[in-house]
Design a protein around this ligand. Structure first.
Ligand SMILES: [Zn+2]
Ligand SMILES: [Zn+2]
Ligand SMILES: [Zn+2]
Ligand SMILES: [Zn+2]
Ligand SMILES: [Zn+2]
Ligand SMILES: [Zn+2]
Length: 255
């Protein structure tokens, strides 16, 4: 069973992402680097705080207007806040932010995922999915003497390491120490989990194999996209020949 590793990314695209890194990680609302990027109703990304602001700007009617595509949405007064914090994280964008983090960490301090100190970070361990300072990396090296972990010094990061970082599995957020890729999805609770959590939580969740869910969603999206493309083509045809087009439309609507 493969974990959910594939983002909306094609071959060589990590190299492209690295080339356009700054523009990719800039929030269109605050012009700063994205913080906790969330997807809006129209699937544009904003910092969680910026998305909140975009909603509350027109607080009298609790409406949202996307500054990019002008999509408007009116929310019920109750539950407006919870809707924003429930907005899905932009996983793809979070991965791009990580690529930029490694780039910056070569010169700046960061937080060690083990001791939580803000210090010079030395490596990223792909097996533990952590950034480590040099002290913690020493301990980590002793712990993993028998079974070597795949780790890379930040200063030696090459394009293929960025690629691996970008495409690594999305791990289950369980409290256990082991890293397990996501394998199941519960559409009722909108939660993702690994195989073991699925067994433990079997009674509470109506989980499905995430690959099957993804495959089915892809088909559904493709079908809907085909309908939209068909509509666009039809409208374009009608508006290019205005007289006939209008007559046809009026004829159709009065029939
Ligand atoms: Zn922002
Ligand atoms: Zn939008
Ligand atoms: Zn540390
Ligand atoms: Zn490790
Ligand atoms: Zn789990
Ligand atoms: Zn559930």
């Amino acid at each position: 069973m493969t974990a959910a590793t594939n983002g909306p990314v094609h071959k060589n695209s990590v190299a492209n992402i690295l080339k356009n890194l700054e523009s990719s990680i800039t929030c269109p609302q605050c012009s700063g680097v994205y913080k906790d990027p969330r997807l809006s109703v129209c699937l544009h990304s904003f910092c969680c705080k910026c998305l909140e602001q975009l909603w509350s700007h027109h607080s009298s009617k609790h409406s949202f207007r996307c500054p990019i595509c002008r999509t408007e949405e009116i929310a019920p007064v109750e539950g407006q806040t919870s809707r924003i914090s429930d907005s899905p994280s932009d996983l793809h964008l979070n991965r791009i932010l990580e690529l930029s983090k490694v780039n910056k960490l070569k010169e700046q301090h960061g937080v060690c995922d083990n001791c939580k100190e803000t210090t010079t970070l030395e490596v990223f361990c792909f097996d533990c999915d952590v950034f480590l300072c040099s002290a913690c990396n020493g301990a980590h090296a002793q712990m993993t003497v028998k079974k070597k972990h795949q780790e890379r010094k930040l200063e030696e990061f090459q394009s293929e390491d960025y690629d691996t970082l970008y495409k690594r599995p999305i791990y289950c957020e369980h409290d256990r120490k082991d890293l397990e890729g996501i394998e199941f999805y519960c559409p009722v609770c909108n939660v993702y989990m690994c195989g073991l959590c699925n067994i433990v939580d079997e009674e509470y969740h109506a989980t499905r194999d995430i690959q099957e869910v993804a495959d089915r969603s892809k088909v559904e999206i493709a079908e809907k996209a085909a309908i939209v493309r068909g509509n666009v083509a039809r409208f374009e045809r009608e508006f290019k020949t205005p007289r006939n087009g209008w007559r046809k439309s009026i004829g159709a609507s009065t029939r």
